[in-house]
Write a protein that binds this ligand. Sequence first.
Ligand code: HEM
Length: 414
Amino acid sequence: MPCPALPEGFDATDPDLLHDRVPFPEFAQLRQTAPVWWCPQRRGITGFDDEGYWAVTRHADVKYVSTHPELFSSTTNTAIIRFNEHIQREQIDAQRLIMLNMDPPEHTRVRQIVQRGFTPRAIRGLEAALRDRAGKIVAKALTASRDGSFDFVTEVACELPLQAIAELIGVPQEDRLRIFDWSNKMIAYDDPEYAITEEVGSNAAMELIGYAMNLSAARKECPAKDIVTQLVAAEGQGNLGSDEFGFFVLLLAVAGNETTRNAISHGMHAFLTHPEEWERYKATRPATTAEEIVRWATPVVSFQRTATQDTELGGQKIKAGDRVGLFYSSANHDPEVFTDPDRFDITRDPNPHLGFGGGGPHFCLGKSLAIMEIDLIFNALADSLPDLRLAAPGPRRLRAAWLNGIKELRVTHP
Ligand code: HEM
C-alpha cells in the first residue's frame, strides 16, 4: 500500500537520500503513518536485485526483528560484500562464510570463538597503544596541513580504525595500506567517482582473504601470543578453519574500519556544526559522547533479514521469504524512545540507540573497541587541535547503500 506522503518511486535504500539530509523527513513520515511499509521496488543500487522489501522504521520493531532470528533469518541477502559469480562458482560459497550471514547454531559456534579476541581485557589491552597512536595521528595532521587546512577524513578519521584492526589481529603495520586499499575497493562500488567495478571490489575481497589465510597458516605452523593464534590454533577450544578466518578478517576490514571511520568523520562534522557541544566536550569530556555520535551519525544505515515463515510485524502480514530492511537510522531518531531525537546532545543518557544493531545475536562484536577509538580520537583533538573550523564546501558524502559515509571533510585551524 503506498504511503501517502512519500514521493512516487521512493526507495529507503537509495544512497542519494543520505546526502545532507540526515535525519530523513521520509523516515519520520514512515514511522508515523506506515512503520512497516512495503517498498515495491529497489533501484538495484544495493546490488542484490530489484525485488521489494519491508522497510522497518520504528525502534521497537527493529529490535523485535533483530532479536528473533528464528523468524527473521540472516542467511539470505544480509551480506555487505558482493562477490562476482566466478568466485562464487569456482572457489567457495563466499557469503556463507561471513558470520553476519549466519543463523544459530552455526553463528553461535563462530561467535563463541571470535569473542575470545574481543573480551573486555583484550580491548583494554589495546588502549595504551591506541591512545599513543591517536595522539600521533592528530599531531601528524597538524604538521601535514597546508595553508592551515586539511582533509579530516584522510588525515585523521581513516587512520585509527585501520591501525586498531592491524593492532588487534597483529597485521604488520607495513601491510595496513594494502588492507586500506582492499577495504575501500570492497565498499565503494556504488560511488561513481571511484569508478570501481563489482569485479574490482570482488577481487579486492579475495586478495584480502588470501592475505588473512596466509597469516593463519603461519600461526598454525608457528603459534604466537596473539589473537590469530587464539582463533585458529588454540588447542582444544574449537577453532576457525583457515577460510573462516579469512572471511572473518574480511568482515573486520569492512565492519570495523569503514564504520568507525565514518563515526569519527560524522562526529567531527557534528561538533563543527554544533560549536556549543564542542565547547561542552572540551570542558567536561562526557563519557556519553561516543554513544551519541554513533546514534547521531548511524554509520550503518540498514541491514536486512528474510522472513523464515509467515508472521506479523507492526500490524502487517509478512510472508515467508519476504525481505525486511532494518533502518537503524530511523530507529535512532524515533521520538517514542528519544527525547528531542534530532538534537545532538553529548550528555544524552540513557541512550538506547541501535547504531550497533538491535541487540540480537549479531549485535556488533566490536562495539567496545569502536567506542574506545572514538573517545581516544576526540580527546586527542580536544587536547591538540581544539579550534578546528569547517571549511567550504562542507562534507562530500560517499554514495553507498548501507553506509552513511563521508569521503572528504575539509577543516581549517588557526
Ligand atoms: C556487526 C555497527 C564497529 C565488528 C555490526 C552490526 C552493526 C554494526 C549495525 C550488525 C548488528 C546486527 O545485525 O544486529 C558498527 C558501528 C561501528 C562498528 C556503527 C562503529 C562505530 C565495529 C568494529 C568492529 C566491528 C570496530 C571490529 C573490529 C563487527 C562484527 C559484526 C558487527 C564482527 C558481526 C557480528 C555478528 O554477526 O555476530 N556492527 N560496528 N564493528 N560488527 Fe560492528
